[in-house]
Design a protein around this ligand. Structure first.
Ligand code: MG
Length: 406
């Protein structure tokens, strides 16, 4: 079957609308149509998500909660229930996985998909995108917007344009799916503010502004000398961003050089017991994915971001590669810096690198216990493979509600 995507990659970016807030509304229908704001209610609390009704008042995620209260005094302010978001997120990813395994999750509510390989099976990318929207609405009750493009950069900018717009205090209907066809990238990108480019942080943006670059088109047309004088060697990279060309593949398990998982918490974790549960969850999740990819890793890296955004990473390289969930967990517990919950933990991440494929696994079990545990987790992995990720979880994950701060 011929289709206009030809040899181009067809990348989808699927992004749930106001995820945490929508899940809360789903749980409590009395909240429908109200300005719902989820986030930390402590003194340093920030907005984790806001419904469109709250956005009308100017509330945005990452805004200090105090500011949100000022803007929207009649808002419904909720602490949020992390465990609920996490399980809905798993369901969301399982819907996406019905179409392809080439999925790269970005946080709980966004994912890139490379559907190039399944166009014959399911139809064009926009048909797949529309079907994703339909199934997510039907099965999860949530609204998702999808962007389609030849690169991740373009797909992400496209999904943003598929979102509902607020004009003069009224929330419009979502466009739902925005497709940027091969060859249309420039026309699509040129009018978009350059700060929306993935890879242009506040520092780069200020420098771009200093030479009069506001839109992606300005960047594309800027003179080589101008860019080089401000960015040196980085100029080439910026030029590529402006062209919408990232060589970045969708990092599903089969192609990646590391396997990892990161979790940002809507409310900082202050108790070691919470942190430990999250380490269990992360170890379980990466071990699961390594098995699926028949990979084992020698290097385990733990990333910790504190309440004040200070971030540290610590890693250990093992003598032989492992995919053992028990072993990964043991190292994570050792890598976690003692006493550091005082400042609150905003994010935890685990990356497994130095990957080996197939048969490289030499388990180093230090006692019977871990061997039994290992056997248990292999069984769990098998059950999950057959029935989906939600079918079973280790007992220590059952009580994982993020406690309100007061
Ligand atoms: Mg979202």
């Amino acid at each position: 079957m011929e289709h206009p995507w030809g040899a181009h990659r067809a990348i989808l970016h699927a992004d749930l609308d106001c995820f945490f807030a929508s899940v809360e509304v789903l749980e409590d229908p009395r909240l429908v149509g109200l300005p719902v704001i989820v986030g930390g209610t402590g003194p340093r609390g920030v907005v984790a998500a806001a419904s469109y009704e709250a956005r009308i008042f100017g509330v945005r995620s990452a805004m200090p909660m105090a500011k949100a209260r000022q803007l929207c005094p009649r808002g419904v302010f909720l602490n949020g229930t992390y465990s609920r978001y996490s399980s809905v997120s798993l369901l969301f990813h399982s819907v996406l996985r019905r179409f392809t395994d080439e999925i790269e999750a970005v946080g709980l509510d966004e994912a890139f998909m490379d559907v190039s390989g399944c166009l014959r099976l399911f139809g064009s990318p926009q048909v797949i995108a529309a079907e994703i929207r339909r199934v997510v609405k039907k099965d999860l009750g949530l609204s998702v917007c999808v962007g389609v493009g030849t690169t991740k950069q373009v797909a992400k900018l496209a999904s943003r344009r598929a979102k509902p717009k607020i004009t003069q205090g009224v929330v419009g209907p979502p466009i739902g799916v925005v497709v940027v066809w091969p060859g249309q990238e420039q026309e699509f990108l040129d009018p978009i503010p350059v700060r929306e480019l993935w890879g242009v942080g506040p520092k780069t943006y200020r420098k771009l502004q200093s030479v009069g670059i506001e839109r992606i088109g300005d960047l594309r047309r800027a003179r080589d000398e101008t860019l080089a004088s401000v960015f040196g060697k980085g100029a080439t990279h910026l030029r590529l961003l402006a062209a919408g060309c990232d060589s970045d593949a969708v990092m599903s398990g089969s192609r990646r050089k590391s396997i990892g998982r990161e979790q940002t918490y809507p409310i900082d974790l202050h108790q070691m017991s919470q942190v430990d549960r999250e380490l269990v969850r992360l170890a379980d999740s990466v071990a699961d994915r390594m098995r699926k990819n028949r990979a084992a890793a020698r290097t385990i890296t733990l990333k910790v971001r504190f309440g004040d955004f200070r971030t540290i990473t610590r890693s250990v390289t093992l003598l032989s590669a492992t995919d053992s969930r028990a072993e990964i967990l043991r190292h994570l517990r050792e890598l976690f810096p003692e006493g550091s919950t005082d400042h609150g933990i905003r994010l935890l991440g685990v990356a497994m690198s130095n990957l080996k494929k197939d048969g490289a696994v030499q388990l180093m079990l230090d006692d019977d216990n871990s061997e039994r545990e290992e056997a248990l987790f292999r069984t769990v992995a098998k059950i999950k493979e057959r029935f989906g990720t939600n079918a079973i979880s280790p007992a220590s994950l059952i009580d994982d509600t993020v406690k309100p701060e007061h």
